[in-house]
Design a protein around this ligand. Structure first.
Ligand SMILES: Cc1cc2nc3c(=O)[nH]c(=O)nc-3n(C[C@H](O)[C@H](O)[C@H](O)COP(=O)(O)OP(=O)(O)OC[C@H]3O[C@@H](n4cnc5c(N)ncnc54)[C@H](O)[C@@H]3O)c2cc1C
Length: 246
């Protein structure tokens, strides 16, 4: 979805349609069209979250886009935002293993040297060249921080601040990728972040410049809540861009 006045609920529906189409396509495409990459490194960040690194091969992407990943032959793929920057020689994704999830658990078991099925890049959760001089507010929950790490690293002169919502401060992942004064960690279940509470609680206390471009990424509840909070205060819906993970 581009910056638009479409409510993010409609994007969630669109994502599920895209996934269904992808699954049909995966089931009918001949195997030789799929890209098989070799895993180079696994970085375990918390007991559940890990970063997979592999060669870029011919994948050229714009910060904010995602790829699909799966185990070759398993016929199941999922979308993952690209975590690394446009300039990095390798490609990285940040994944949280979901309890009773299928692919996030399969990927977690991979060890360096094993193979991955990769496709993409896909998506429009990106920054248009003409907007690079504008001011940004990035709001992500959990691994929804991934596209913002890519944007911040890809565009070092970007004027942004990032709000990261997690349960515990240990889930701040690799926050050192963000300048200290641009990153605010909102923790809902401990006092070890910069703010105790949800990102919506934080935003309720803040005034917002209506020229800011707001990017929201992560679970749909956060996205709906922040979208409704901002638009109810008169913030232009056309300045809000969303990426719904689940
Ligand atoms: C555009 C896009 C980008 C995405 N980027 C990332 C990313 O960078 N990193 C990442 O970890 N995930 C990302 N996701 C989510 C990812 O595609 C999978 O949905 C997730 O890994 C679960 O897949 P699974 O096969 O393990 O679980 P499934 O077997 O598909 O689903 C199990 C259940 O878990 C729920 N679920 C999905 N994700 C989560 C979650 N994070 N926490 C709790 N419950 C969840 C699902 O709604 C479902 O009910 C992205 C999704 C989209 C649409």
């Amino acid at each position: 979805m581009g910056s638009s006045d479409i409510h993010p609920r409609n994007q969630a529906a669109k994502n599920s349609i895209v996934r269904t189409v992808n699954q049909v396509r995966q089931a009918t495409e001949p195997v030789y069209l799929r890209k098989i990459f070799r895993l180079k490194q696994v970085r375990q960040l918390t007991p559940e979250a890990y970063v997979l690194r592999f060669d870029r091969n011919e994948i050229n992407f714009r910060a904010g886009q995602h790829i699909t990943l799966g185990i070759p032959g398993n016929n199941q793929v999922r979308e993952y935002s690209i975590y690394s920057t446009e300039q990095d020689a390798s490609l990285e994704v940040l994944i949280k293993e979901v309890d009773s999830g299928l692919v996030s658990r399969q990927l977690r078991k991979l060890i360096p040297g094993e193979l991955l099925e990769v496709d993409g890049p896909f998506g429009y959760f990106t920054i248009a060249a003409q907007d690079l001089q504008r001011k940004f507010l990035f709001v992500g929950t959990g691994t929804g921080i991934a596209p913002f790490r890519s944007m911040a690293g890809s565009y070092p002169a970007l004027d942004f601040s990032v709000l990261h919502g997690v349960r515990y401060a240990t889930e701040s992942y690799e926050r050192h990728h963000f300048p200290h004064d641009r990153y605010t960690l909102c923790t809902s279940r401990d006092d070890q972040g910069n703010f105790r509470g949800r990102v919506t609680d934080y935003l309720k206390q803040k005034s917002l410049d209506f020229d800011t471009l707001v990017y929201l990424c992560g679970n749909c509840d956060m996205i709906y809540d922040v979208y409704d909070l901002l638009t109810s205060r008169g913030f232009p819906s056309g300045n809000i861009k969303t990426e719904v993970y689940f």
